[in-house]
Ligand binder design. Sequence first.
Ligand SMILES: Cc1cc2nc3c(=O)[nH]c(=O)nc-3n(C[C@H](O)[C@H](O)[C@H](O)COP(=O)(O)OP(=O)(O)OC[C@H]3O[C@@H](n4cnc5c(N)ncnc54)[C@H](O)[C@@H]3O)c2cc1C
Length: 413
Amino acid sequence: MEVMIIGGGIAGLTLALELHRVGIASRVYESTPEFRAVGVGINLLPHSTKVLGDLGLVERLAELSITTREAVFYNRFGQFVHSEPAGRHAGYDWPQFSIHRGDLQMALLEAFKARVGADRLQMGWKCTGFTQDGSGVTANFVSASDGQALPPQRAAMLVACDGLHSAVRRQLHPDEGAPKYSGVNMWRGVTRMKPFLSGASMTRVGWIVPAKMVIYPIRDNIDAEGNQLVNWVAEVTTPQYEKRDWNRAGRLEDFIGPYADWTFDWLDVPAMLRNADMVLEFPMIDQDPLPWWTQGRVTLMGDAAHPMVPRGSNGAGQAILDARAMTEELLKSNDPVQAFAAYEARRLPVTSNVVLTNRKNPPDAILREVWQRSGDKPFKRIEDLISREEIMAISDGYKVVAGYDRKTVDKAA
Ligand SMILES: Cc1cc2nc3c(=O)[nH]c(=O)nc-3n(C[C@H](O)[C@H](O)[C@H](O)COP(=O)(O)OP(=O)(O)OC[C@H]3O[C@@H](n4cnc5c(N)ncnc54)[C@H](O)[C@@H]3O)c2cc1C
C-alpha cells in the first residue's frame, strides 16, 4: 500500500513523516522546482507541537524558532489590555513556537530526506488532475519549468496537500464559488531589531478599523548585536484586493498611514515597518467549508481542504492535526475508501468550525470588544471596559474550538 501525496508543504511533508513513523510508504509530488525559505512567520500551538514532538522534531524546531512565552494584547494607543502565558509557560507539556514558515518547511524536509528518503520526493511535478478505479488512482503531471507532460503516476490512494490553489479540490468541486474576501488586506514582513516586551511575546495591537497589527519574533540572536528577526502583519480594512499569491511584493506607502503615530514606550511601530527587510501583500481570504472532501481513494488535507483566515494561528496546526488523524485511520483500516471516509468524518466538522470561528470570534475578538466599548478612544482602566472573565471566555472558547485547550491536548494519543 503506497500513498501518493500531492504537495510537499507543511501538510504533505508532515503526512509523509507520520506515515513513515507507522511503516506506511508514501511518495510526494511537489510543483516547486526547488524549496526556498519563503513566507514569513507562523505559530505552532501545543496541539501541533505535540504531533511534531512525537516525530522527534521539537528540539530542532526549538533551535530554529522562538519558544513563545505569552500572548499579549494592546489597543492602538499602546495601552495594555491582556496577557496570558503560552505553551509550556501555560503548563502544557508542549511548547508554542513562533517560527519562520521557511524554517519549518526546511526542518520537515531535512527529516523527510533522512527518514523517508530523498528519492521519494519529486520536485517540479505539478499535478493537473486524476482518474481513479476500483484498485487505485492515476495522477497526471506537467513539468513546472516547461509545462511538458510527465509520466502519469499510480498509487493505491491520493492525498491532496496542494494548498490554497489546489488542483485536486478544483477537480472535486468545479462549481465552487470564488474565495470570500474578509474586507481586510494584509501586508506582511520581517524586520531585524532588538527584542521588545519579553523577547518572546505574540503581540496583537488594535482592531482592523482602522488598522490592526500582529507582531512576534521568529528567530533569536541573528547577529552579534543580539537582534531578532521580528515578523509583523499589518491588517487594514481595505475595500479592494489583488489576487492571492504568497510571494507578491507589497509597498510600505500603501499601508503605513494608520500606523504613523504608533510610537509606544514598548515599541516604535513605524520605525519597525520602515526598517523591514521585505514586504509582502496578501488579502485575508478564505473559502466556505466544503460539504465533503473525499471521493473514494482521493481526499483533501490542510489548506486544500480548509483554507482559513489567519486569525487564530491555526493554518499550519490544523494541517498537522489532519496528518495525524489520517495516519491513525490508515492504521485502523487497510481499505483506503474506509480510512478516508473515517478521516473526513473526524476532521471536516472540526476544521469547518475553525474556519467559521476565525471569521467571527478568533482570539483577537478581545480587541474588537475593547475597540467597540471604548469608542476607539484611550481608556482609563481596562477593567471598566471588559472583565478578565470575559476575556478568558473568548480566549478559552477559541482553544476548545481549535482543539488546543489543556484537556484536549493532554488526552490526545
Ligand atoms: C510559498 C508559501 C508561503 C507561505 N507563507 C505563509 C506565511 O507567511 N504565513 C502563513 O501563515 N502561512 C503561509 N503559507 C501557508 C501555510 O504554509 C499554510 O497555511 C499551512 O501551513 C497549511 O499547509 P499546507 O501544506 O496545506 O499548504 P502549503 O504550505 O501552502 O503547501 C502546499 C504545497 O503544495 C504545492 N502545490 C501547489 N499546487 C500543486 C500542484 N498542482 N501539484 C503539486 N504541488 C502543488 C505548493 O508548492 C506547496 O509546497 C505559505 C505557503 C506557501 C506555499
